[in-house]
Every structure is written in C-alpha cells, then in structure tokens.
Design a protein around this ligand. Sequence first.
Ligand SMILES: NC(=O)c1ccc[n+]([C@@H]2O[C@H](COP(=O)([O-])OP(=O)(O)OC[C@H]3O[C@@H](n4cnc5c(N)ncnc54)[C@H](OP(=O)(O)O)[C@@H]3O)[C@@H](O)[C@H]2O)c1
Length: 345
Amino acid sequence: MSQTPSEQKALFLVAKKGDWKVDVTPVLRPKAGEVLIRIEAAALSPFDWKVKDFGIVITEYPTILGCDSAGTVVEVGEGVTNVAVGDNGEFTVPRAIFQQYTLASADLVAKIPSNLTFDEAAAISGSAASVTIGLYAPKIPMGGAGLTPPWAQGGRNKYTGVPILVIGGASSIGQAVIQFAKLSGFSPIIATASPANNDLLKSLGATHVIDRSADLPSALSTLTSLPTALRYIFDAVGQPDTQSVAYGVLASGGTLITVGHVPIKNIMVEKEVVVLWGVFYIPTNRRFGVEVMSHLTELLENGDIKSNAVEVLPGGLSAILDGLDRLRKQNVSAKKLVVHPQETA
Ligand SMILES: NC(=O)c1ccc[n+]([C@@H]2O[C@H](COP(=O)([O-])OP(=O)(O)OC[C@H]3O[C@@H](n4cnc5c(N)ncnc54)[C@H](OP(=O)(O)O)[C@@H]3O)[C@@H](O)[C@H]2O)c1
C-alpha cells in the first residue's frame, strides 16, 4: 500500500493573465516510464512570471507552473529501472513543479550526488538543460549549435583556443554556460556582468568580465588577448538590445545562441542564430535530454559543474508570488530563488 497521500497543495494560475491560488488537488499516479516525486525544492525562473504576465505558451487553465526541481522518488511506474523509490533526483519538466508532488519521465531524472543539497540540485537542473541544449544539441530546428559535448569522446577541451562571449554571465543560465564552455576548452571566455560579480565569474572559468553597462564593441576592442573572430556568442539575457549587440560583434560564419525569442533585425545569411528551447520534453530534444541526464550526476559529483548560489524563500508555495515579483523587477543577482513546497501552510 502506498504511503503517498491522495491529495496535496499546489499553486494554481487560475486563468490566462489571472490570479494565483494555493489549492488542494489530487496526487497523480505514475504511468509506465514515469516516476512520482515528492518535491523538496522548487526553483523559480523568469519564464514563470512571463507566462503569467503575457499569457504565453499555456492554453489550458487553471494550470500549475514551474519547471526546475528536486525531490525524492516515492513511486515508480512500470518498466522504470534507472531510479527507485527512495532515490533523490533532480529534473526539469515543462511545467507543474509549483506543487508538493509531480510526475516526471524517469529517463529525464538525474540522481542527486551527495555533495549537492536539494536546493542546489533544483537550481542547476533547468540551467543545465538550457545550456546543454544550446551548445551541444544537434543542429536541427529547435535544437542547438551541434558542438561536441564534454562527456563525448574527444569533447573535453575540444574547442581550445576558440573564443566565446557570454552575455549575462551572472544569470543562472550564464553561470552554467561559463562552466560548460570551460569544460569544452573555449578560451578566452568573456562574460558581461555587473562589476560586483567579477570574482564569481572568474572563479567559474571566465577569463575576462566586461561591465554590462559598457559599450560592448569598444570594450572587446581593448582585449588584446582576443582573437579577431568571435565565432560563438551565448546571449543568456535574450532582450532585443543584448541580441542585436551580440549579433553585431559576431564574426562572419559565427553562431549566436540566444534565450530570447525575439526576431533579430537585418539578419545575414552568413551568421547563424540558434533560438533556444531549453526543455528536454519537446520531441526534437528528448533523446538528447536522456543523454544529458545520464551524465549530469557525474559532472556535479566531480565538481565540473556547480550550482549557482541559492536563496530559500520561507513560506512554501505562497512565497512564489513575491519571488516572481523580484525576478520581474530584476532584483535578483547571480542566484536562484527556491521554495520548499512541503512547508506550505
Ligand atoms: N528560451 C528558453 O528556453 C529559456 C530557458 C531558460 C531561461 N530563459 C530566459 O533566459 C533568461 C535568463 O534566465 P535566468 O534564469 O538565467 O535568469 P536570472 O538568473 O534571473 O538572471 C538574472 C541575471 O541577469 C543578468 N542580466 C540581466 N540583464 C543583463 C544585461 N543586460 N547584461 C548582462 N547581464 C544581465 C543580471 O546580471 P548582474 O547581476 O551581473 O547584473 C542578473 O544576475 C531569462 O530571460 C529567461 O526567461 C529562456
């Protein structure tokens, strides 16, 4: 007999651009290939407030948002072998982690190594997905830049001597880009950020940090160690201004990977733009996602990839509203906001 409760608390977005409401809802049971996870840490992402404010992506309401989380497997569906009841796992689902229990595909769950807390595991899960897709997923529509990942044969340090620019190096995405770029051997690794984050980004692998308020083309021209061609740029901010300045400094034949779904003006055929869909659950990324998750535990265990700093918001699911407001107002620097759904009153 299962120990799992039949009901739980969840934070609902009740209608398109509507209100939030914490309510009681059934706990669903895992089907074949799925696991049911008791969520211990749920991470907040800018995507969540954008869905609420702009009414994008979701077509059916009420809905439960949130993507990136960590917890303990409490039930497994038929045929699941990679994780078992009692395992601690981290995962990212398209939505539905602003609740106390959720379902995930077992093959898209990575076991949490003992050197990571639930909070850290939740914080890194979504960034790891977005960044690995952007850099290493195959070059197909809604895929990535097709680079060789560091876990593949010949992938470690494969891009030694190739420069990369990371716009928004202190963001959750940006911190993960810097770390994966280091594993891939990119050099120099140049990032833009507020000056207060210089030391942090250098500790992750950035060789140069440019003040985000500086004129980027001028600042780049003063870097004597920079080879003339910037062939790879990862825009982890994705605003029209960051995209266009990134596109402008990108070398002919280069690749801009961007998180922003904003059309770039004056696009040229000789420059490639990869617009990121940072989810493993879309059919084009699914197989790649299974590959990433099968390597993520080891990368975290070895310290090759570290989580960004975490701020835990007290109050469980109810704290998400204030947290999303801080993200909306850009009052969060270089850290992930996390809640503990089990604390919900
Ligand atoms: N397309 C997708 O599939 C996908 C997936 C995930 C995320 N995203 C998007 O990616 C973006 C980043 O997400 P996140 O979770 O990493 O955000 P985040 O951690 O909340 O980002 C906050 C950070 O962004 C930095 N920043 C903001 N504007 C900047 C600018 N103009 N120049 C340089 N740095 C800037 C700030 O750096 P400082 O503190 O140094 O000032 C701050 O630390 C969001 O817009 C999100 O919606 C898209």
